[in-house]
Design a protein around this ligand. Structure first.
Ligand SMILES: Nc1nc2c(ncn2[C@@H]2O[C@H](COP(=O)(O)OP(=O)(O)OP(=O)(O)O)[C@@H](O)[C@H]2O)c(=O)[nH]1
Ligand SMILES: [Mg+2]
Length: 840
């Protein structure tokens, strides 16, 4: 193995096709069969058999991941120490998915059903074979991106399986088995072939020794790999697969996945031991869209309530409970007010693992598709892969013209479009409404299937907290501890009290701010905080002191979703202010102790003060962030909050700010234009270039949390011009393009008008000499990590492991067949995720 890794090391590039796997090995040991021979032997076989072959090869290859180093210690030497647990879990998960597919591809009678739906079977097979291949790839090929692309591009399960097998064949310990598989594969039915013994000599000392090495190495990671080692041992011993458990193991809730390998493995172990069985039975549906679209009306119709002719605007957020018909599940509807000034706040409350309902209506001022894109970008950025139902409301007035084909291509999480009318939902539009309601319920259930399961003790704690919510919005730390003690929730171990608290926080049962150390209580009712924050945002006051906050929050009675009044006593109002600071919605006015400034609520135009002359005369560096389809409303406010100590003379408004750095000699004027989707930065002063770099870094950090397309651009400086100017207007160039010219040692950049510029001078106009090298390095990293560069194998494997959980339902088929047990669920699971090739 080591030889193979060393031999293939550094071949880099994008070698595709057969050479990827063979290169490393041909120079090493002679394999029994070459890859073409294996491929020939597999050609024409049913997909399920090919995948079964690949999975069997992968199962045998798993122990090859571990080796005994010179110091006699067993380790997973092919990965960096910090990556080992993550990658090992991904590999186990990948093989597990491959196995599940094989079993799902046969019906109960053992008949291979891939002829029933050849297209989806093919896709699933290609994916499953890829998963299996990943094991071989991880061990055998150091430049794994090349191997992964090779498999993808060939797009064939046969080729992938052959490649994996060939890589593994180089190991004399198992090449006999693989050759034997190829001999019997045509003779046996898929299931029998798949279930036949993996080893010629199961008790063979070599087999055993390799497994022991893997065991030692995996256990040394101290991340709960006992579960997977038992799983592998069961496979080696030919024990039957517990199909329900295996299926559950591919549906680990996002909330657990985020907590890392040890938490995932601990969760799997508990699933296996059946110690966690209680679901939370809560799902969230988030209603978004511009003001007046009819979100609240739709929520009312779903509750069988009449639609008010003059429904008041929703001041922030409204949360209501809705029992999902025929189930124990309760849906929480989060009805967001559509007013623009609260859009910056929404990002804090939009979540993944929810169902989104985007309500639109025809408007004169914004084209419908553009409206849709604005909100779909929110969902993409903050809701990750969450499904979206689009409702075209007020069809009784005007029908909505949406470019659905284009939208579905761009946003594959859209699960359907429903034109309807809320005011006529029980009359003229009753059939349309029924159709929407059916899809809505189905999607809610689907979101619910990825719910986290709790142990009895954990669930009791949760129930107690819910009961307490009826009495108070707060809970002291030691009260929480006492409840945990009562139900024997441990203080140590992976699933300890801190873990439970974190999970409850993420699920929205409780809120805690680990950073606000003075706070000795948890917020027991998250609605208390949510309503508090939105009530302040909707008060339209950009400048608030504590007395204002107390007055505003005390002004009207707010009720939560179970109709219980939320009280905002004076001594607690500070907490809302602290939370808003923590959320970066506001900053404390320098020189005051309690005055808050909320940038999103400031007037849209700059204060009537003359700007410093250097900006007026355009002597500044002119840099810009240009957003392809969405400039989120919180980017500038958050930047302002981050740099509020640098604001010159409180020259700050909703769309801009004037800054001066404390140490550097530089001033910056930053402005956004939401129509053009640009954020411009003009900087002047001796240290302008260094200040620009700091500001860009800050913006990059804010944007890093989002999945968003943007380009940085710069104005081409006249001082860098070579020869005559060919246009009188100022010209711009993409910053990355200038860096690329520099990278390729191309000295001249020719602008759109044909004017020539000295690349080095352009760059040095914006980046100081001392930072240029860093920017160049950053450029290489960026390109490598971008979609242009190759993905690393770790990302590929990790991505593939989670793909089934994140897979979006196909937009072409919004209504899915009814659930009917394990096989239907699994078949659907695989129908939903295409081959790797399709993902690219
Ligand atoms: N003609 C017509 N009017 C509707 C329909 N649905 C809602 N309306 C009216 O549109 C107005 C706005 O509806 P809301 O449900 O309050 O809109 P919203 O999206 O919740 O608005 P915000 O809370 O401000 O974001 C109300 O006066 C409703 O009566 C519809 O299908 N047809
Ligand atoms: Mg509303």
């Amino acid at each position: 193995l080591r030889e193979a890794v060393i031999l293939t090391d550094g071949h880099g590039g994008n070698k595709r096709g057969k050479s990827v796997y063979t290169d490393g090995f041909d120079g090493g040991r002679a394999a029994g069969m070459d890859r073409e021979e294996i491929e020939k032997a597999l050609l024409g076989l049913p997909r399920a058999k090919v995948v079964a072959f690949a999975v069997r090869a992968a199962l045998r290859a798993l122990p090859m991941l571990a080796s005994v180093g010179q110091d006699g210690v067993a380790e997973l030497a092919c990965w960096k120490p910090e990556d080992r647990a993550r990658h090992l879990l991904a590999v186990f998960g990948a093989v597990n998915i491959g196995m599940l597919w094989i079993l799902a591809s046969e019906d109960a009678a053992g008949r291979v059903t891939d002829s029933a739906d050849p297209a989806s079977a093919f896709h699933a097979a290609a994916s499953a074979a890829y998963y299996a291949t990943a094991v071989a790839a991880a061990t055998a090929v150091h430049d794994a991106s090349a191997s992964a692309t090779a498999v993808t591009h060939e797009g064939s399960a046969t080729a992938a399986a052959a490649a994996a097998a060939h890589a593994i064949l180089a190991n004399p310990a198992i090449n006999g088995e693989i050759e034997c598989d190829l001999k019997v594969i045509t003779l046996l039915r898929t299931r029998s072939f798949f279930q036949s013994s993996l080893w010629a000599d199961p008790k063979g000392s070599q087999t055993n020794q390799r497994f022991q090495t893997l065991k030692t190495a995996a256990l040394a990671l101290d991340a709960g790999f006992e579960y997977w080692l038992d799983w592998l041992e069961d496979r080696y011993a030919g024990r039957d697969l517990d199909a329900d458990l295996q299926l559950q193991s591919t549906q680990i809730p996002a909330i657990v996945r985020e907590q890392g390998v040890a938490a995932i493995n601990a969760y799997l172990q508990q699933l296996k031991q059946r110690t966690i069985t209680a679901p939370l039975n809560r799902v969230r549906a988030i209603f978004i869209g511009y003001g007046d679209a009819g979100k609240t009306s739709l929520v009312n119709v779903l509750h069988n309530e009449p639609v008010a002719v003059q429904e008041p605007m929703t001041p922030g957020i409204d949360i209501r409970e809705w029992p999902v018909p025929g189930t124990d599940i309760k849906a929480h509807f989060w009805d967001f007010g559509g007013q623009v000034m609260a859009h910056a706040t929404h990002q804090l409350f939009l979540r993944d693992s929810c169902l989104y309902v985007l309500v639109l209506c025809a408007r004169s001022e914004i084209n419908a598709t553009e409206q849709a894109e604005y909100w779909l970008e929110h969902v993409k950025s903050f809701g990750k892969g969450a499904p979206v139902l689009i409702v075209g409301n007020k069809s009784d007035q005007t029908s909505l013209n949406l470019n659905m084909d284009g939208l579905c291509k761009k946003y594959p999480t859209i699960v359907g479009f429903y034109p309807l009318s809320c005011t006529q939902a029980t009359t003229a539009y009753a059939p349309q409404f029924a159709c929407f309601k059916q899809a809505f319920e189905q999607q809610l259930l689907k979101v619910g299937t990825h719910q986290m399961l709790f142990s009895d003790a954990q669930f009791c704690v949760l129930q107690r907290l819910r009961e307490l919510t009826a009495q108070s919005s707060f809970l002291k730390h030691d009260e929480f501890d006492a409840i945990c003690t009562e139900y024997a929730v441990p203080t140590t171990g992976v699933q300890n009290r801190a873990w439970l608290l974190d999970i409850l926080d993420k699920l929205g049962v409780i809120v805690h701010f680990p950073k606000l150390t003075f706070l000795d209580e948890y917020v027991l009712n998250p609605r208390w905080l949510t309503y508090g924050v939105y009530t302040l945002m909707y008060s339209h006051q950009a400048r608030l002191c504590e007395a204002d906050v107390i007055a505003i929050l005390g002004r009207e009675q707010v009720k939560d979703e179970i109709g219980q009044a939320l009280s905002y006593p004076k001594n607690r109002c500070r907490l809302i202010m602290d939370a808003m600071r923590e959320f970066k919605l506001c900053y404390t006015l320098p020189g005051s102790s309690d005055t808050l400034i909320i940038p999103a609520l400031l007037p849209p135009s700059p204060p009537a003060k003359p700007l410093p002359p250097a900006f007026a005369q355009a002597q500044a560096l002119a840099f810009a962030f240009e957003f392809a389809s969405f400039l989120p409303r919180h980017v500038l406010p958050e930047l302002i909050v981050n740099r509020h100590l640098e604001i010159i003379d409180q020259t700050v408004w909703q769309h801009g700010v004037l800054l001066a750095h404390a140490r550097l000699q530089a001033q910056a004027l930053i402005e956004v234009d939401y129509h053009l989707r640009t954020l411009t930065i003009a900087v002047n002063g001796v240290d302008a270039r260094d200040y620009l770099l700091l500001l860009r870094e800050d913006i990059h950090q804010i944007l890093a949390r989002l999945d968003i397309d943007f380009e940085e651009s710069l104005a081409l400086p006249d001082a860098a011009r070579i020869g005559p100017r060919r246009t009188s207007s100022a010209e711009r160039a993409p910053y990355l393009q200038i860096l690329a010219y520099d990278q390729q040692k191309t000295a001249e950049y020719i602008s759109k008008s044909g004017t020539r510029y000295d690349v080095n001078k352009v760059l040095l106009g914006y980046v100081s000499e001392k930072n240029l090298e860093r920017e160049r390095k950053q450029f290489v990293v960026n390109i490598h990590n971008s979609r242009l560069g190759d993905l690393t194998v770790a990302d590929m494997i990790d991505g593939s492991f989670n793909q089934t959980q994140q897979a979006a339902p196909s937009p072409a088929s919004p209504s899915l067949p009814p659930t009917s047990g394990f096989w239907a669920e699994l078949a659907r699971l695989f129908q939903r995720h295409g081959p790797f090739g399709a993902k690219k």
